[in-house]
Design a protein around this ligand. Structure first.
Ligand code: SF4
Length: 385
């Protein structure tokens, strides 16, 4: 413990102190005494690299239909209790415009995984409309599941800048345990999809589910190493939360208690911040759902993104990934006011009017030589104001 505290103190002071897989596992398994040094180190790393800014990403949950059947998710295909919906383009544009007028410059269009019909065409049309209205001043973020490479390429051409696809767990055996073995839930395909996103110029985000049954600290340490190896630009990871209409709920007693899931999530955020100083990390809604002060704690652990929900209230209750989903307030203006207050309570600054590109993305584009051929539209570099 003293050895780990010493390493974390070195990191806080800006001295080199690499963390091994064993160190990561031990920190995740340590008693509460490790939290002070860990969060101080993460906070120092964040301060040196990205500063105190907290960037907003407005979420619009455009559809809750999904072809998949993940054992932990309330939106799974075989849950008959979900009233499926799909927002139309006008509703999506209204929500986006509302966010734009309030100063948001980054928007996440999120849905279950759905192929077929005209869904993708409609999303492409929305992206094109946003580009024509707001040009390069917004980042359109997509989280639409694991899509074929050609579909992702079309979305990128239409104006998508960032894509979020959580790997959920880096452990293939565990992945197979929490997904059906039916040919469409394949860890390798998901990993390949992430690598395609990263190789084709998307700002690439991933993340994992934390504290579900059978997951060990060593697996979580492996998750951190996976995210580093993938060289992501953004991360969203939150605690597992039960949903009564899912298979995983049947073994809920095998998961750590909720307070432990919160603690593990905060430690994962802090460790990832240390390992990847210049990426964007969100303080997720799931974290806020399990802990009233989840936003503040997530920021103190090294997070720098806050995601207000812009989904029209009539749809929100049906986007039920897990039970009890919460929000810091109901309407956008109150969310911003409340979010600002909470950020300031932990000496952070809520930033409006800036898409908040992860510094990591600009650096890797430069390293990989993308800049010599010119960045694709929507690829503003740095841009933190
Ligand atoms: S986690 Fe995503 S892909 Fe899996 S069932 Fe839920 S919405 Fe669908």
């Amino acid at each position: 413990m003293k050895f780990l505290e010493g390493k974390l103190d070195d990191i806080a002071a800006g001295r080199e102190a690499p963390l091994s897989r064993r160190d990561l596992t031990d920190i995740l398994e340590s008693g509460p005494g490790i939290d002070g040094p860990l969060f101080r180190a993460a906070s120092a790393v964040l301060g040196r690299n990205s500063g105190p800014g907290v960037y907003l990403r407005g979420i619009i949950e455009i559809s809750n239909a999904c072809q998949k059947n993940c054992f932990y998710c309330g939106l799974r295909r075989d849950n008959p209790g979900v009233a499926r919906y799909r927002m139309n383009s006008r509703e999506v544009m209204e929500a986006l415009t509302h966010g734009w007028n309030a100063g948001l410059r980054s928007f996440l269009l999120q849905s279950g995984e759905r192929l077929g019909g005209d869904f993708i065409e409609e999303v492409c049309a929305i992206l094109a409309e946003c580009r024509s209205r707001w040009g390069d001043s917004v980042r359109m973020v997509l989280s639409l599941g694991e899509l074929p490479a050609d579909v992702l390429d079309r979305l990128r051409e239409a104006g998508g800048s960032r894509y979020l696809l959580r790997i959920e767990t880096s452990d293939r055996g565990l992945y197979d345990r929490v997904h059906p073995c039916d040919g469409i839930h394949d860890w390798s395909a998901r990993d390949a999809c992430l690598r395609h996103l990263r190789a084709t110029g998307w700002q690439t985000g991933s993340g994992v589910l934390i504290g579900f049954p059978w997951q060990t600290a060593s697996v979580l340490a492996g998750d951190l190493e996976y995210l580093v190896d993938l060289d992501i630009d953004m991360c969203g990871m939150g605690p597992w939360i039960e949903h009564k209409d899912t298979p995983l709920d049947k073994v809920r007693e095998q998961a750590p208690p909720r307070a432990r899931r919160v603690s593990l999530t905060l430690r994962m955020i802090a460790l990832l911040r240390i390992l990847m100083p210049d990426i964007n990390i969100s303080a997720t809604t799931a974290l806020q759902t399990l802990d009233e002060e989840g936003l503040e704690k997530g920021l103190e652990a090294g997070g720098n993104v806050f995601m207000p929900n812009l989904t029209p209230p009539g749809y929100r209750a049906d986007y039920n990934l897990y039970e009890g989903k919460t929000a810091v307030a109901d309407d956008l203006e109150s969310m911003i006011t409340e979010g600002r207050k909470r950020c300031e309570s932990v000496r952070r600054l809520l930033v409006l009017g800036d898409p908040g590109d992860p510094l990591h993305y600009g650096r890797r584009l430069a390293t990989e030589g993308w800049m010599s051929g010119g960045a694709a539209p929507g690829d503003a570099i740095g841009g933190r104001g």
